[in-house]
Unconditional design. Sequence first.
Length: 380
Amino acid sequence: MRIAIFLDTDHLSGPARLARDFAVDARRLGHQIVMVGLVRGAPAHDNAFTRAMADADLPTEILRERFRFDPAIVPQFLRLLDRFQPDLYQSHGYKGSFLGCRARRGALRWQAVFHGFTWENWRVRLYHALDARWLRRADEVVVVSRPFGRELARRGVQPDRIRWVPNAIAPLPSAPRDARLRRDLGAAAPADFLVGCIGRLSPEKGPDIFIRALALAAAGRPQLRAVLVGDGPLRDACRRLIAESNLADRVRLAGFTDNPAAIYPQLDLLVIPSRSEGLPTVLLEAMQTGVPVVSTRVGGVPDLVRDGETALLAPLNDPPALAAAIGRAADDSALREHLARQAGRLALERLSVAARARTLLDHAAALVAGRPLPPEEPLP
């Protein structure tokens, strides 16, 4: 097959990494791929996205828009399709859906990958509402959580076109436990128990919930330390909340990192306090690298992991419950080892890039051949 993959990004976001990993595996299997990115303003063919695609040896085309939803990107996109003649168009994000509606011609089939909802402001909420309308025209909508699939069906997407396919990631580079890096992240003593939260400091990611839960979990646990790895609009609010919670000597704001592989081996526990998610990449990375996880029951997390077996789960927006789960994990090394071992086994058996690529390609082949979509495969 010839597959065109669109992402509205100029950096290596979570969806971009997923798309890159899928494309690499699809190309290995003999399919022809073109990656399509988007930049605003002056032409910029050298950015983190194009460099990552070049490093993966993936052909890449860049569309240019002068302003948000510039109609000039439509003829650029259609000319690209005329040159490449894809059998399948795979979109990521609402601009990809916008273009997908305009690419419905001939035998081209459209596989849309929906990564989730956020509510940062009224504009983003409007884009999600438009996206749901545009996705009604896709031949398949791949969702990373079953709740998202139910919500899209409620918004008018035909249920028989929706399929849940869990995310997957390529193996991270191995990294050692590093005492100096642990100190930089806040674990000054070898016996300190370091809890990490990796993600954007924005409302849907719940960094405030994490800090409030830590304030409760820290009571009676002098060895507990924590680090938030990421940046975003809530950075200053998080700093104030840390101070107000008397956690300034326990919690560190480490900022953004482009090398998360080095962080995971330093953590004793990863916490995902999110209010809204699809299927967090950090969950998959922690499972792969042997770090036990405490998470809220957000998005596709309960679809993937079992409470007490492959992770500990807590309700949304509930700092006391999250604190209890953190404390339970911190106090029980045998439980942490069990969670990490079972999660690692699940990641190896089902959450590999090859398994996800095989599923998406099987679906794509059915679309191109005019056959019904295969049913969802249950997790082991």
